[in-house]
Design a protein around this ligand. Structure first.
Ligand code: GDP
Length: 365
């Protein structure tokens, strides 16, 4: 399963945020595909479409979909020099599919900042630099090897070497691999390198309690937004402390508390949605009287693969996917009405499933 890693310097609020994640935590029994590991927190994906479908179908049970956050602890500075814990830090990042980079945007004299002062951009660059240096080492090693073959006029090697040089130039200028524009063909080579800085990133600005509702005057947040815009990355503002309080509440209680705070959606919920997107994930639904359920698939997946998310038998014996879009179903009011209106399609093996599709799979056993 794809996972988003929570990364950041010490004392920026990572553990507090991760606690909020595990507290909000989903029943792992519902999600057998998820990892059981103290460093992994399973979160349910908030999706209002699921409530609407539930109202429409009135099933016995409703199950949201879920995915995983991984807490990446460890020492950051000097990590690329390969010293003990630092090395571990990098190998943990290597295993995640997207990065949520937490930065401290709250001033609190009681809490020591590792660098002596609150400076989110400096924090971001400290971590990014370690990742860049580690990648530079991988790229250099590979470029040496491939360079030799390229000299012997090996066509594939010449092509790959070019890509490696593009990467090297970016990394040497302190730019992450994801900032380089590659063609699809070149991208295949880049993917093979499993670079740390090609993973998608979003920044999590951790603000103080009195700024959750409106952080627009927070200079640190402004700076982070500016930096992130340069990387076309998203910024989510949270107050980790408050998030861990919200995470203990349910339904109505949670709504009342948010209203009191003057916020519409908790920072954690925003973070969950943004991370889900960052991982390239999307949701389709099954809607039967027994159960209305959201399922996660990777954007671009075809109908049989999506069926395989439910059960491998569904993929193996796939015949057709009876599909209606969420909007069409909602407009029609019932599945029967949607069918009469000609909105229910019979899709085959090559159909690329869309976010919001409501699907009934037909399969042979
Ligand atoms: P980590 O080292 O990044 O995991 O940071 P922690 O989550 O342990 O937080 C470091 C310290 O900052 C702890 O004392 C937290 O209580 C405090 N802290 C975390 N988030 C907030 C916040 O949003 N506001 C304030 N005032 N303190 C926070």
């Amino acid at each position: 399963a794809l996972t988003a890693g929570i990364v950041g310097l010490p004392n920026v609020g990572k553990s507090t945020l991760f606690n909020a994640i595990t507290q909000a935590g989903a029943e792992s029994a519902n999600y057998p595909f998820c990892t059981i590991d103290p460093n992994v927190g399973i979160v349910e994906v908030p999706d209002e479409r699921l409530q609407k479908l539930t109202a429409l179908v009135q099933p016995k049970k409703t199950v949201p979909t879920a995915f995983e956050f991984t807490d990446i602890a460890g020492i950051v500075k000097g990590a690329s020099k390969g010293e003990g814990l630092g090395n571990k830090f990098l190998s943990h990042i290597r295993q995640v599919d997207a990065i949520c980079h937490v930065v401290r945007c709250f001033a609190d004299d009681n809490i020591t900042h590792v660098a002596g002062k609150v400076d989110p951009i400096d924090d971001i660059e400290t971590i990014n630099l370690e990742l860049i240096l580690a990648d530079l080492e991988s790229v250099d090693k590979r470029a040496d090897r491939v360079g030799k073959l390229a000299k012997q006029k090996d066509k594939d090697a010449v092509y790959e070497h070019e890509v490696l040089l593009m990467l090297k130039e970016a990394l040497e200028n302190d730019k992450p691999a994801r900032s380089v524009e590659f063609t699809d063909e070149q991208m295949k080579i880049v993917k093979h390198l499993h670079l740390l800085t090609s993973k998608p990133v979003l920044y999590v600005a951790n603000v103080s309690e009195d700024e959750v509702a409106d952080a627009s005057n927070n200079e640190y947040v402004k700076a982070v937004r500016e930096f992130a815009a340069g990387e076309k990355a998203e910024v989510i503002v949270v107050c980790a402390k408050i998030e861990s309080e919200i995470a203990e509440l349910d339904g109505e209680e949670k709504e009342m508390f948010l209203e009191e705070l003057g916020i519409e959606e908790s920072g954690l919920d925003q973070l969950i949605k943004a991370s889900y997107n960052l991982l390239g994930l999307a949701t389709y639904f099954t809607a039967g009287v027994q159960e209305v359920r959201a399922w996660t698939f990777k954007k671009g997946m075809k109908a049989p693969q999506c069926a395989g998310v439910i059960h491998s038998d569904f993929e193996r014996g796939f015949i057709r996917a009876e599909t209606v879009s969420y909007e069409d179903l909602l407009n029609a009011g019932t599945m029967g009405a949607a069918r009469e209106a000609g909105k229910v399609r019979l899709e085959g093996k090559e159909y690329i499933v869309k976010d919001g599709d409501v699907i009934h799979f037909r399969f042979n056993v």
